[in-house]
Design a protein around this ligand. Structure first.
Ligand SMILES: Cc1cc2nc3c(=O)[nH]c(=O)nc-3n(C[C@H](O)[C@H](O)[C@H](O)COP(=O)(O)OP(=O)(O)OC[C@H]3O[C@@H](n4cnc5c(N)ncnc54)[C@H](O)[C@@H]3O)c2cc1C
Length: 385
């Protein structure tokens, strides 16, 4: 392992690999990434693999724009074979007039960003999502530019491209501490040796707060347990993810091998610790919420059930840029949506660490910085669970 680096990236998920790639793209010669396990051990290897454009705030719409545009060209740009991108879309059902008004106003702002979003009546919803029970909905918003991809292949594509540009990746190399002198980063400690550097980027996802703590930096991010299942396969019908934002707080998508991938945002979720243990009660609760929406799923067997973590910030936003406590300590923390925002996170985190002009307007960039918490300037997106 190298003993010095221009930048050390901590964490080999989508956020970290994308950051390493973007640093090399901006001309940084000696980037070293350290990962405690392997790519993608964390959320990037455990998620539902969806990327989205249906947001309600400019902050998130900018992230979706940067990210989806990069995802569309990623194979060509990085030379990787196939990231399995499919523009299957999301369908967000409206159950009452209030939901309908919110979704229509979301669609209007999404169109300003050039996204192909529409508001559909129940008949239109049934056409795009034939297995959805439309009895209890009055319409829904739909988009044809968003969908799913393979996050493991994405992370490995970024890794390969960054390595071709000279970056070094070290698996099974946990960061155990930092050398901080006079309020400045001077090095990274690992059991495989220390790395002298003036610049560290924390891309450790749901572990982000613990990495901050090692450097004396306080990050208001909490790991939050989320579980997910997949059923046995049946005949595949390309259809959007049903994302019940207003009633069941669930998502349902049929993946290409024919199985249905499903999860829900449990209000009673375990937070503050990393816990990968699947729980039986989750299956019971999930079934009660899924079957009214897609009755046919009541007859399918679940074949896999696993758990992962979100890294939740109080406003479910992202964090890039530096911190007040330690000079040279930066972040690329995607919180709840680092898979879909991976390209934007890597781009903005690399630009911030190098002092480059951000790829988003300056006022939008301010909404991604850590001082928004001290200032109480939080923005909540009404299109997020
Ligand atoms: C069930 C579920 C469904 C989800 N669905 C979606 C979805 O459809 N779309 C979406 O965008 N997001 C989804 N998410 C969220 C998404 O998974 C995460 O936001 C994203 O994967 C985080 O990526 P990351 O690179 O920031 O973190 P990770 O992929 O978790 O990577 C962080 C890495 O840091 C490493 N690390 C930690 N500590 C250390 C250390 N001390 N030293 C070195 N390395 C360290 C870890 O091993 C890990 O590999 C879902 C999450 C779950 C759990």
């Amino acid at each position: 392992m190298r003993k010095t680096a221009d930048v050390v990236v901590v964490g080999g998920g989508i956020a970290g690999t994308s950051t390493a790639y973007h640093l090399t793209k901006l001309g940084v010669k000696n980037v070293v990434l350290v990962e405690q396990q392997y790519t993608p051990f964390g959320g990037s290897g455990r998620c539902a693999a969806m990327y989205r454009q249906q947001f309600a705030t400019e902050s998130n719409l900018w992230l979706a724009k940067l990210s989806s545009e990069e995802y569309y060209r990623l194979e060509e740009e990085t030379g990787c074979e196939d990231i399995e991108l499919s523009k299957c879309g999301y369908l967000l059902p409206a159950y009452n007039k209030e939901n309908e008004e919110q979704l229509k106003s979301n669609v209007a702002i999404q169109k300003e960003f050039g996204f192909d979003s529409y508001y559909l009546d129940p008949k239109g919803c049934k056409e795009v999502s034939p297995y959805l029970n439309t009895d209890e909905i009055i319409g829904g918003s739909y988009n044809t530019g968003e969908g799913c991809l393979n996050p493991m292949k994405v992370a490995l594509a970024y890794k390969a491209a960054a390595m071709r540009n000279g970056a070094e990746f070290n698996n099974y190399t946990p960061v155990t501490g930092f050398d901080v002198q006079g309020g400045k980063i001077k090095g990274v400690k690992t059991p495989n040796g220390d790395i002298a550097t003036d610049c560290v980027i924390n891309a450790a996802g749901e572990w982000g707060k613990f990495i901050g703590r090692m450097a004396g930096v306080s990050i208001p991010l909490e790991p939050e347990k989320h579980q997910i299942v997949v059923t046995e396969p049946v005949e595949y019908i390309k259809a959007p993810m049903i994302y019940s934002l207003y009633k069941y707080f669930t998502y349902i998508i049929q993946v290409k091998h024919g199985g249905f991938l499903m999860g829900w945002s449990d209000a009673d979720v375990k937070a503050g610790i990393i816990d990968f243990e699947p729980e039986w009660k989750f299956l019971e609760n999930l079934a009660k919420r899924i079957v009214p929406q897609v009755p046919a799923l009541g007859n399918l067997n679940v074949i896999r059930h696993w758990a992962g973590q979100y890294g939740n910030l109080p406003d479910h936003g992202i964090l890039v840029g530096g911190v007040p406590e330690v000079e040279g300590f930066y972040m690329a923390l995607g919180a709840t949506k680092a898979t879909m925002f991976g390209p934007a996170l890597g781009t903005l985190a690399a630009e911030a660490a190098l002092g480059e002009k951000p790829s988003v307007p300056e006022d939008i960039f301010q909404t991604y910085l850590i001082d928004r918490f001290a200032k109480g300037e939080l923005i909540f997106d009404k299109a997020l669970l």
